[in-house]
Ligand binder design. Sequence first.
Ligand SMILES: Cc1ncc(COP(=O)(O)O)c(C=O)c1O
Length: 385
Amino acid sequence: MNNIYLDYAATTPVDERVITAMQPYFNIRFGNPSSLHQFGQQAETALDLSRREMAGYLGAMPSELIFTSSGSESDNLALRGTAFASREKTGANHLLVSPIEHPAVLATARQLADLHGFDVTYIPVDEFGMVSPTMVQTNLRDDTALVSVMHANNEIGTLNPIAEIGQLCRDRGIPFHSDAVQSAAHFPLDVNDLKVDLMALGAHKFYGPKGVGALYVRSGIDLIPMLTGGSQELGLRAATQNTPLIVGMAKAFKLVQVDHNARTNHIRPLRDHLINQVLSLIPSSQLTGHPETRLPNHASFVFEDADGNLLISVLDAAGFACSSGSACKTGDPEPSLLLTHLNYSLSWAMGSLRVTLGKDTTSDDIDAFLEILPGCIQQVRELKS
Ligand SMILES: Cc1ncc(COP(=O)(O)O)c(C=O)c1O
């Protein structure tokens, strides 16, 4: 049986070179980076180097990069940290977010509204889930504490015009956060080109380990720490740093910078072939998200009158790992909130499929997938009727 992984937006396998780079920091150079002896110094040196390298690729200063435990934590820190700091400093009480952000942003914004009295506005998006700068401009207020718009959507792959939105926020002196967790595997992310003040990354989406992430925070942006304790991470995140995972993330990030173009040139034509074939082979099928302005590895569809979760099980049994919406939604019988927000009716929104390719995906994998997909969808549709 096949065993083909087509769910790289959920997570990626750790690159062998990353594992090798991490290894000594578990048991040989295992010191606490805050310790003064040589074990500690070794770990601190590795942390400094990791920070300098990653910051360099981002066009940032090392002091502008905070290591965290995940993309989710980075988003949480960006939202909570700036919301509370802005309110403390200026009384700003308004958050402007896109309504189709990852739950790490959406649920945080909701809690800030429900428990802490922030006023949240959701920016209207178009049918592809794209945020227009004009809509951001229309909804900015003098008391806006933060704008948060993701770089690339995890569920439908659409890319947003981050630099234009960033410029608008900058003109008004309002901090701008972007969740770049999905895009880090595919694009160079220069914080100055993108005009972001805060940007979240998570290593496991770019062939690094799980449980480690980073938050870029532009110098001068005020942030109240969410984890209090020791003075690690410039006093913005207490807790002994996870040196092996951070070393692994920095190595993975470096490899991505070197391989971006080659990887995209390999993946994009496979992805285009997949999309064209699915739309022509499967009756009552639609692409979700933007047809062109989307992640190069990302194909997402809805099929009318098909149960997406059942389809994932049928595909899994046939040897193909895909997803229905975002990873967190798998097993959830509700239609995707995002697709509902984009006005897909229930009979379409329930039948979503996300196929995401990676550096190791081959054209044979895609051909094998295309061979079995029509039969799997037919099977799922028959079971439903
Ligand atoms: C866009 C986006 N933001 C945030 C996250 C959360 O990242 P992590 O799994 O590192 O917490 C994900 C993961 O699916 C994501 O796709």
